[in-house]
Design a protein around this ligand. Structure first.
Ligand code: SAH
Length: 226
Protein backbone atom coordinates (compact mmCIF):
# COMPACT_ATOMS: atom_id res chain seq x y z
CA UNK A 1 0.00 0.00 0.00
CA UNK A 2 1.35 3.47 -0.80
CA UNK A 3 2.01 6.03 1.90
CA UNK A 4 -0.81 8.16 0.59
CA UNK A 5 -3.35 5.38 1.01
CA UNK A 6 -2.00 4.59 4.46
CA UNK A 7 -2.79 8.14 5.52
CA UNK A 8 -6.25 8.08 3.98
CA UNK A 9 -6.79 4.80 5.82
CA UNK A 10 -5.83 6.38 9.13
CA UNK A 11 -8.38 9.12 8.60
CA UNK A 12 -11.19 6.71 7.85
CA UNK A 13 -10.47 4.15 10.52
CA UNK A 14 -9.33 6.40 13.33
CA UNK A 15 -12.75 6.62 15.01
CA UNK A 16 -13.03 2.83 14.98
CA UNK A 17 -9.52 2.30 16.33
CA UNK A 18 -10.13 5.05 18.90
CA UNK A 19 -13.27 3.24 20.07
CA UNK A 20 -11.22 0.06 20.42
CA UNK A 21 -8.70 1.94 22.55
CA UNK A 22 -11.55 3.19 24.76
CA UNK A 23 -12.74 -0.40 25.28
CA UNK A 24 -9.19 -1.42 26.19
CA UNK A 25 -9.00 1.34 28.83
CA UNK A 26 -12.40 0.35 30.20
CA UNK A 27 -11.13 -3.23 30.58
CA UNK A 28 -8.03 -1.91 32.35
CA UNK A 29 -10.23 -0.19 34.94
CA UNK A 30 -10.91 3.37 33.75
CA UNK A 31 -14.44 4.05 35.01
CA UNK A 32 -15.10 7.76 34.43
CA UNK A 33 -17.28 7.90 31.30
CA UNK A 34 -16.33 11.53 30.66
CA UNK A 35 -12.65 10.54 30.64
CA UNK A 36 -13.36 7.63 28.30
CA UNK A 37 -15.38 10.03 26.13
CA UNK A 38 -12.44 12.44 26.00
CA UNK A 39 -10.04 9.68 24.93
CA UNK A 40 -12.58 8.62 22.32
CA UNK A 41 -12.88 12.09 20.86
CA UNK A 42 -9.29 13.42 20.86
CA UNK A 43 -7.44 12.45 17.64
CA UNK A 44 -4.15 11.17 19.12
CA UNK A 45 -2.60 10.69 15.68
CA UNK A 46 -2.23 14.46 15.21
CA UNK A 47 0.03 14.62 18.29
CA UNK A 48 2.72 12.34 16.86
CA UNK A 49 4.87 12.19 13.73
CA UNK A 50 3.24 10.89 10.58
CA UNK A 51 5.72 8.02 10.46
CA UNK A 52 4.29 6.70 13.74
CA UNK A 53 0.67 7.72 13.16
CA UNK A 54 -0.39 4.13 12.42
CA UNK A 55 0.44 3.31 16.06
CA UNK A 56 -1.46 6.26 17.52
CA UNK A 57 -4.27 4.19 19.01
CA UNK A 58 -2.11 1.52 20.57
CA UNK A 59 -1.96 1.78 24.34
CA UNK A 60 1.69 2.71 24.36
CA UNK A 61 3.96 5.75 24.75
CA UNK A 62 5.71 6.93 21.57
CA UNK A 63 8.63 9.29 20.80
CA UNK A 64 7.79 12.97 20.08
CA UNK A 65 11.33 14.35 19.55
CA UNK A 66 13.70 16.06 22.01
CA UNK A 67 14.08 12.61 23.64
CA UNK A 68 10.54 12.93 25.05
CA UNK A 69 7.47 10.73 24.72
CA UNK A 70 3.73 11.13 24.39
CA UNK A 71 2.32 9.33 27.44
CA UNK A 72 0.58 5.97 27.24
CA UNK A 73 -3.21 6.48 26.83
CA UNK A 74 -3.97 4.35 29.93
CA UNK A 75 -1.74 6.60 32.03
CA UNK A 76 -3.29 9.76 30.54
CA UNK A 77 -6.76 8.37 31.34
CA UNK A 78 -5.75 7.28 34.84
CA UNK A 79 -4.16 10.63 35.68
CA UNK A 80 -7.13 12.54 34.27
CA UNK A 81 -9.60 10.36 36.16
CA UNK A 82 -7.56 10.83 39.35
CA UNK A 83 -7.36 14.61 38.91
CA UNK A 84 -10.92 15.37 37.84
CA UNK A 85 -12.90 13.69 40.59
CA UNK A 86 -15.11 16.81 40.62
CA UNK A 87 -14.95 20.42 39.44
CA UNK A 88 -11.35 21.70 39.27
CA UNK A 89 -11.76 25.30 38.25
CA UNK A 90 -8.09 26.16 37.70
CA UNK A 91 -5.83 23.40 36.41
CA UNK A 92 -2.08 23.44 35.75
CA UNK A 93 -0.30 20.84 33.65
CA UNK A 94 3.49 20.54 33.94
CA UNK A 95 5.09 18.94 30.85
CA UNK A 96 3.01 19.95 27.80
CA UNK A 97 5.04 17.67 25.51
CA UNK A 98 2.94 16.81 22.45
CA UNK A 99 -0.15 18.45 23.95
CA UNK A 100 -2.15 15.22 24.02
CA UNK A 101 -2.78 15.24 27.78
CA UNK A 102 -3.59 18.96 27.42
CA UNK A 103 -6.20 18.12 24.77
CA UNK A 104 -7.78 15.45 26.97
CA UNK A 105 -7.98 17.97 29.83
CA UNK A 106 -9.34 20.62 27.44
CA UNK A 107 -12.31 18.33 26.75
CA UNK A 108 -13.47 19.25 30.27
CA UNK A 109 -13.59 22.98 29.52
CA UNK A 110 -16.63 24.92 28.35
CA UNK A 111 -20.18 25.25 29.60
CA UNK A 112 -20.86 22.88 32.47
CA UNK A 113 -17.34 21.43 32.21
CA UNK A 114 -15.23 20.50 35.22
CA UNK A 115 -12.36 22.86 34.24
CA UNK A 116 -12.65 26.65 33.78
CA UNK A 117 -9.04 27.60 33.15
CA UNK A 118 -6.22 25.43 31.87
CA UNK A 119 -2.52 26.31 32.08
CA UNK A 120 0.36 24.25 30.72
CA UNK A 121 4.15 24.59 31.07
CA UNK A 122 6.88 23.01 28.92
CA UNK A 123 10.67 23.47 29.16
CA UNK A 124 11.23 23.02 25.38
CA UNK A 125 9.95 26.03 23.41
CA UNK A 126 9.59 23.95 20.22
CA UNK A 127 7.34 21.37 21.91
CA UNK A 128 5.24 24.09 23.53
CA UNK A 129 4.72 25.88 20.20
CA UNK A 130 3.78 22.73 18.30
CA UNK A 131 1.35 21.71 21.02
CA UNK A 132 -0.30 25.13 20.81
CA UNK A 133 -0.58 24.85 17.01
CA UNK A 134 -2.24 21.46 17.26
CA UNK A 135 -4.69 22.55 19.93
CA UNK A 136 -5.52 25.74 18.02
CA UNK A 137 -6.12 23.61 14.92
CA UNK A 138 -8.56 21.53 16.98
CA UNK A 139 -10.37 24.73 17.96
CA UNK A 140 -9.19 24.44 21.57
CA UNK A 141 -8.55 28.09 22.38
CA UNK A 142 -8.32 29.67 25.81
CA UNK A 143 -5.51 27.43 27.07
CA UNK A 144 -2.52 29.33 28.49
CA UNK A 145 0.91 28.03 27.41
CA UNK A 146 4.21 28.85 29.03
CA UNK A 147 7.77 28.03 28.04
CA UNK A 148 9.20 27.63 31.51
CA UNK A 149 10.43 25.40 34.29
CA UNK A 150 7.54 23.50 35.84
CA UNK A 151 9.57 22.89 39.02
CA UNK A 152 8.55 26.47 39.88
CA UNK A 153 4.90 25.97 38.98
CA UNK A 154 3.18 29.13 37.71
CA UNK A 155 3.03 31.34 40.82
CA UNK A 156 1.48 34.35 39.01
CA UNK A 157 -1.56 32.25 38.06
CA UNK A 158 -1.88 30.05 41.13
CA UNK A 159 -3.22 28.72 43.36
CA UNK A 160 -4.65 25.81 41.36
CA UNK A 161 -7.45 23.39 42.14
CA UNK A 162 -5.66 20.71 40.18
CA UNK A 163 -2.03 20.18 39.12
CA UNK A 164 -0.94 17.30 36.89
CA UNK A 165 2.74 16.58 36.25
CA UNK A 166 3.59 14.38 33.26
CA UNK A 167 7.31 13.90 33.96
CA UNK A 168 8.84 12.44 37.12
CA UNK A 169 10.79 14.47 39.71
CA UNK A 170 12.88 12.49 42.25
CA UNK A 171 10.89 14.23 45.01
CA UNK A 172 7.69 16.24 44.88
CA UNK A 173 8.51 19.92 44.12
CA UNK A 174 7.64 22.12 47.09
CA UNK A 175 6.46 24.97 44.81
CA UNK A 176 3.72 22.75 43.38
CA UNK A 177 2.42 21.83 46.84
CA UNK A 178 2.52 25.55 47.75
CA UNK A 179 0.40 26.40 44.68
CA UNK A 180 -2.43 24.02 45.63
CA UNK A 181 -5.66 25.82 46.56
CA UNK A 182 -7.72 24.56 49.53
CA UNK A 183 -9.27 21.26 48.39
CA UNK A 184 -6.78 21.17 45.51
CA UNK A 185 -5.16 17.98 44.24
CA UNK A 186 -1.69 17.35 42.77
CA UNK A 187 -1.17 14.21 40.65
CA UNK A 188 2.53 13.48 40.07
CA UNK A 189 4.82 10.54 39.30
CA UNK A 190 7.68 10.55 41.83
CA UNK A 191 10.94 8.60 41.61
CA UNK A 192 13.93 7.83 39.45
CA UNK A 193 15.21 5.20 37.01
CA UNK A 194 14.68 2.32 39.40
CA UNK A 195 10.95 2.97 39.69
CA UNK A 196 8.30 5.63 40.08
CA UNK A 197 5.02 5.88 41.91
CA UNK A 198 2.06 7.90 40.72
CA UNK A 199 1.12 9.94 43.79
CA UNK A 200 -1.77 12.15 44.80
CA UNK A 201 -1.42 15.08 47.22
CA UNK A 202 -4.60 16.71 48.53
CA UNK A 203 -4.73 19.99 50.43
CA UNK A 204 -7.30 19.18 53.12
CA UNK A 205 -8.38 21.20 56.20
CA UNK A 206 -5.98 18.92 58.17
CA UNK A 207 -3.04 19.61 55.88
CA UNK A 208 -1.49 17.75 52.93
CA UNK A 209 -2.62 14.14 52.63
CA UNK A 210 -0.93 11.85 50.11
CA UNK A 211 -1.49 8.41 48.67
CA UNK A 212 0.03 6.20 45.97
CA UNK A 213 -2.10 5.22 42.98
CA UNK A 214 0.06 3.04 40.72
CA UNK A 215 3.58 2.10 39.62
CA UNK A 216 4.48 4.10 36.51
CA UNK A 217 7.38 5.07 34.22
CA UNK A 218 7.83 8.64 32.97
CA UNK A 219 10.69 10.65 31.52
CA UNK A 220 12.39 12.73 34.23
CA UNK A 221 11.24 16.22 35.24
CA UNK A 222 14.37 18.25 34.46
CA UNK A 223 15.25 21.58 36.10
CA UNK A 224 15.67 24.70 33.95
CA UNK A 225 14.78 25.41 30.33
CA UNK A 226 15.45 23.05 27.40
N1 SAH B 1 1.84 15.19 28.55
C1 SAH B 1 2.85 14.94 27.56
C2 SAH B 1 4.01 14.19 28.17
C3 SAH B 1 5.28 14.51 27.49
S1 SAH B 1 6.71 13.81 28.29
C4 SAH B 1 2.30 14.17 26.38
O1 SAH B 1 1.38 13.37 26.59
O2 SAH B 1 2.78 14.36 25.27
C5 SAH B 1 7.04 15.00 29.55
C6 SAH B 1 7.29 16.41 29.12
O3 SAH B 1 7.71 17.13 30.28
C7 SAH B 1 8.40 16.58 28.09
O4 SAH B 1 7.93 17.31 27.00
C8 SAH B 1 9.48 17.35 28.84
O5 SAH B 1 10.22 18.24 28.03
C9 SAH B 1 8.66 18.09 29.87
N2 SAH B 1 9.42 18.53 31.05
C10 SAH B 1 10.41 17.90 31.71
N3 SAH B 1 10.86 18.65 32.73
C11 SAH B 1 10.12 19.79 32.74
C12 SAH B 1 10.10 20.96 33.54
N4 SAH B 1 10.94 21.14 34.57
N5 SAH B 1 9.20 21.92 33.25
C13 SAH B 1 8.34 21.79 32.20
N6 SAH B 1 8.31 20.71 31.41
C14 SAH B 1 9.19 19.72 31.66
Amino acid sequence: MSGRFDLVGIGMTSQRTRNRLVERLREKGIRDEAVLGAIGSVPRHIFIDEALAHRAYEDTSLPIGQNQTISQPFVVALMTQTLITGPRSRVLEVGTGSGYQTAVLASFMGTGGRIDRLYTIERYAALSERARERLDAMGRYGIRYRHGDGYQGWPEEGPFDGIIVTAAPPMVPEALIDQLAPGGRLVVPVGGDSGQELKVFDRTPDGIVSETVEQVRFVPLVKGLG
